[in-house]
Write a protein that binds this ligand. Structure first.
Ligand code: PMP
Length: 405
């Protein structure tokens, strides 16, 4: 039995796994201690739970427990990594390299640093969403202190060549941070083989709770130093002060463990559902395009532009399905996604795009319902579109001389 609305927005957040909730509950009630309390069993129990969670997330990414700094989520982790490195290594240089398609938590952090004297290079991406390794190599100067390139993109699912980027950074003696928020727990990620020095992640993208995440900070070869961005009691070995979110960390750990145990099957299942949706849409609808690389892509991501269809109208037409459109609807303007624009998509195609994010709890029936509904609504909207009609009549729209007013 289908239940509505159908949730297909798993890049925005994921439903918490009931096993995660179960693990967390005792830490809201009887085990409520502060993990920093050293003098009694309430504190010891909380600390033990935190250390278990830390180990579970460390194991998922090939790190050691001491390399995990627990935070409130990936936004904070990105801020801590980028600002922390910029401040700590200011003597060495003031140059940072990132990419045009990063999450705002990286881009706006870089913009802030530009106001404080940093120079930032925003690498372009190709039509497939990938950065060019030669361009990266050329952008590195003796003033570069950090390269920050995300693992998997939250809109188009593009997986960057992280291992190669890490190798270039290592060769040049530059630190490498990656925003792993969409990749950790979904595909195999190893800070060792991927040559990563710092990595952000977040529990609520991997079936854990909101408001908790972390930053991996390498301790050996090289030992990464950071200037703390939060002053206080010196928690997290001085990297991040603040009383630890014990239930959240227990949830993060449990979520990481579950992702690790089920990863092979989940990758197979998500990509099967994704491809089923993709194949149906592409075979039934013309003028329909996939955004971003097909080969280097998160298994649960599909981002499609339906030409001659306005994304917001399509969203309204399929309002029993929760997805995102390629337009960021701000108060006054309807701006097309900067990620899609970075791929070279025109405003029209960017406005007509939909992001589907498949997750652990989606079913075959939900995917079939979604495919049929999208096909039906796109056809209806195109029936109303004079532009689509002209194209079908063989008119080349680029050659049309529209009357000027
Ligand atoms: N980076 C990426 C790639 C994301 O998708 C998100 C969440 N939209 C974040 C960072 C921010 O994560 P959080 O919600 O944990 O602050």
């Amino acid at each position: 039995m289908l239940q509505f609305p159908i949730y297909l927005d798993n890049h925005a957040t994921t439903r918490m796994d009931p096993r995660v909730l179960e693990a967390m509950l005792p830490y809201f009630t009887e085990n409520f201690g502060n993990a920093a309390s050293r003098n009694h069993s309430f504190g010891w129990v909380a600390e033990e739970a935190v250390e278990k969670g830390r180990k579970q997330i460390a194991d998922l990414i090939g790190a050691t427990s001491k390399e995990i700094v627990l935070t409130s989520g990936a936004t904070e982790s990105n801020n801590l990594a980028i600002k922390g490195v910029a401040e700590m290594y200011a003597q060495k240089g003031n140059h940072i390299i990132t990419a045009a398609t990063e999450h705002k938590a990286v881009l706006d952090t870089c913009k802030r640093l530009e106001k404080h004297g940093c120079r930032v290079t925003y690498l372009p991406v190709g039509q497939d969403g990938l950065v060019d390794l030669d361009q990266l190599r050329e952008a590195i100067t003796d003033k570069t202190v950090l390269v920050s390139i995300m693992y998997g993109n939250n809109e188009i699912g593009t997986i960057q060549p992280v291992r190669e980027i890490g190798a270039i950074c290592r060769e040049k003696g530059v630190l490498f941070h990656t925003d792993g928020t969409q990749a950790v727990g979904k595909i195999p990620v190893s800070v060792l083989t991927d040559n990563i020095d710092l990595m952000s992640f977040s529990a609520h993208k991997m079936y854990g709770p909101k408001g908790v995440g972390g930053l991996y900070v390498r301790r050996k070869n090289p030992r990464v130093q950071l200037t703390a961005q939060m002053d206080g009691g010196g928690h997290e070995r001085g990297f991040r002060s603040g009383t630890l979110n014990v239930p959240g960390i227990v949830g993060l750990g449990k979520a990481a463990e579950l992702c690790s145990l089920g990863m092979t099957q989940e990758i197979a299942r998500a990509s099967e559902l994704r491809d089923r949706l993709k194949d149906k849409l592409l075979s039934e609808l013309d003028e329909t395009y996939i955004n971003g690389s097909v080969d280097h892509r998160l298994p649960h991501n599909l981002n499609i532009s339906f030409a001659y269809v306005e994304g917001e109208s399509l969203l309204m037409g399929i309002n029993d399905i929760a997805v995102s459109s390629g337009s960021a609807c701000t108060s006054a303007t309807l701006e097309p996604s900067y990620v899609l624009k970075a791929l070279g998509a025109g405003d029209d195609l960017a406005h007509s795009s939909i992001r589907f994010g498949i997750g652990r709890f989606n079913t075959d029936e939900e995917i079939d319902y979604t495919a049929n509904k999208v096909i039906e609504v796109v056809r209806k909207l195109r029936d109303l579109s004079p532009l689509y009609e002209m194209v079908k009549e063989g008119v080349d729209l680029s050659k049309v001389e529209w009357a000027a007013h």
